[in-house]
Design a protein. Structure first.
Length: 134
């Protein structure tokens, strides 16, 4: 439940603004009341501004999980295909052959240029090799 103190500043601003309007020809009272109303409204604005919750920081890709990075890679076209080929190679080195070399830039370029059907066959073959190794 919200504290009733949260209504103090709006109430002060409203009452002071009312006094400023009602003071009519009494200029010192009108100016003082208007100044109080503006001050209360300014404090209310500052209070609301300082109470804002900053947006949650977005995790850099280095901190995202492998599954998140692969999901993004499958939606990222050519660069994503290179990321998938690198990940498949890393998994093969982890499970199957630690002496396996990293894919060359020419190999990555070849994979990136595959048609979608050829690329899916490439991924399926890599997954089959991993499945046999585990």
């Amino acid at each position: 439940m919200k504290s009733p103190v949260g209504w103090v500043l709006p109430a002060i601003a409203a009452v002071a603004a009312t006094f400023a309007v009602v003071a009519n020809k009494n200029l010192p009272v009108a100016v003082a009341a208007a100044a109080i109303a503006v001050l209360a409204a300014s404090l209310l604005f500052a209070q609301a501004w300082s109470a804002r919750v900053p947006p949650a920081p977005e995790l850099p890709m280095s901190l995202a999980s492998d599954a998140d990075r692969l999901r993004l890679a499958f939606r990222s076209g050519r660069i994503g295909r290179e990321e998938i080929a690198i990940t498949l190679n890393r998994l093969e080195r982890s499970f199957r052959d630690p002496e396996l070399s990293a894919p060359s830039s020419a190999e990555l370029a070849r994979v990136a240029e595959l048609t979608p059907e050829e690329f899916l066959r490439y991924v399926a073959a890599g997954l089959d090799r991993l499945e046999v190794a585990t």
